[in-house]
Write a protein that binds this ligand. Sequence first.
Ligand code: UT7
Length: 329
Amino acid sequence: MNTYIRSIGSYIPKKRVTNDELAERIDTSDEWIRSHTGIGARHIADDDEATSDLGYRAAVDALESGGVDIQEIGGIIAATATPDHFGFPSTACIIQDRLKAQPGFAFDVTAGCSGFIYGLEIARGMLQLKDADNILVIGAEKLTSVVDWDDRNSVLFGDAGGAVVLSRLNGAEEGLRGIIDSKLHADGSGAEALMVASGGSRRPMKDGPYDIAEVTLRMQGRRVYNFAVSVIVGTLRSMMERNGLTIDDVDYIVPHQANIRILQAAAKRLGFPFEKFYVNIEDLANTSAASIPVALKEMERKGLLRRGARIMTIGFGAGLTYGGNVIIW
Ligand code: UT7
């Protein structure tokens, strides 16, 4: 039984900060950031906007653009590394209440920048088990809530929300379209490579005060870069092999948008034309779990997601986690 992406939504905060604006504050430059990452700007949520607000707006966009009534939604999965609150309650529950959804399930998934791919696969399983007919899968992040603006290593991140309605396919279309395969992986030995050190149960905030470096995101950039290139190559190769695909059969690879150089290095190692990778990092920077659904929405607007197109997603991030999907649109 197949499941398919019925509709897509996104929300990008209006406020935009360019590299040049950042360079007025810290020791960096537009030239450095662009040449090392492909990033030109990032969008930043308002002070009174939280991750659930970004996810809610993306969800409304997904429902409206697919003509889906909220009462059809049986459950909500929110992938985020920057929840409104740490576990009490989940961001998905806050979104459920705002959407006035029926009392189906609602929970968060924590898998760093691979969160949307993890969420999609959990939803696919739940649809097959008939836990619901339609599930909202949201990837939303207010990453700037954990960015130290005085740390030049942290200039890569931005805020955004993306969402899809994932539905069960029945009847004649079954087997002809939808998510046909996924791979999910983690290598917890890399946990420290991308971490917010304090604020959780290991080093509770109540025992503070803490240095800003302890409550904001710290990344071992080179280590994560090397990990990312290697898992993109390995995961795409194995998903293609297992589905009998060559790069000529694939219309687009939709990767997590962390650094254009990571994608170029992976494409080179795979021998794939770089044009097959959909890239939108220039204006949005790294939006973690939101980046793949936001990219899909942009592709839909550009008419790139024609029926029958073969799409592969690939994600990698904190955990360290990685994974991907093979989708026939
Ligand atoms: O989404 C989750 C997954 N995240 C990723 O995949 C990101 C993976 N990592 C990366 O994309 C890259 O490693 C970075 C963009 C984070 C860093 O680029 P890099 O080419 O690996 O630079 P580096 O960390 O090796 O640093 C080289 C130099 C250092 O200076 P020194 O020590 O050589 O004097 C850094 O301090 O570049 C410096 N640097 C900067 N200079 C100006 C680092 N960030 C900046 C900056 N502006 N923004």
